[in-house]
Design a protein around this ligand. Structure first.
Ligand code: FEO
Length: 172
């Protein structure tokens, strides 16, 4: 049985992943309402990925016969000024999640919860990819500034994202 400390920490991470899913969903709605339909699609898929991250940990907890402690989700931010602000916020969120995963990894290692260590290695790799993807999108948006044709092109590119793939262009 995993220690209470480990169970609490993983429950907290499940909450964080579901919160990220909810935030991306609100961002997707904003984009759809501002005619950035490609970005809306990308963000909706990202929301689903975050849900998938939560479920990975959820299933792991069940497999370890641990106690799941699902909590209320905060209302996600719904208002943004620009598409760039959306992806800047997403990038900041991903960096924060990376910090959470690293702290969790350190904790489960210290607690000698080795199966959890192995689980979290997947998350460490995933965060490297997610940070990279968001950083590249933000860099592209900074390059084009508020040029409408550039924005539309980026939006179209984001719309080509395929389900289950975490790259900015939608290609593996
Ligand atoms: Fe589940 Fe984007 O971190």
């Amino acid at each position: 049985m995993m220690s209470q400390t480990v169970q609490d920490a993983i429950n907290k991470q499940i909450h964080a992943e579901l919160g990220a899913s909810y935030t991306y969903l609100a961002m997707s709605a904003w984009c759809e309402q501002h005619s950035f339909t490609g970005s809306a699609r990308w963000l909706r898929l990202q929301s689903q990925e975050e849900y998938g991250h939560a479920m990975r940990l959820f299933d792991f907890m069940l497999a370890r016969n641990a106690r799941l402690d699902l909590r209320n989700l905060e209302q996600p931010r719904g208002e943004y000024k620009t598409l760039t602000e959306i992806f800047e916020t997403a990038y900041e969120q991903e960096k924060a999640v990376s910090g959470q995963i690293e702290a969790l990894y350190e904790l489960v290692f210290r607690e000698k919860a080795y199966p959890a260590v192995v689980q979290l290695e997947w998350f460490l790799n995933e965060q490297v990819e997610e940070e990279k993807t968001c950083r590249e999108i933000v860099a592209q948006l900074h390059l084009i500034g508020s040029d409408p044709s550039g924005l539309l092109e980026i939006d179209r590119g984001l719309g080509s994202r395929a389900p289950g793939v975490t790259t900015k262009s939608g290609q593996a």
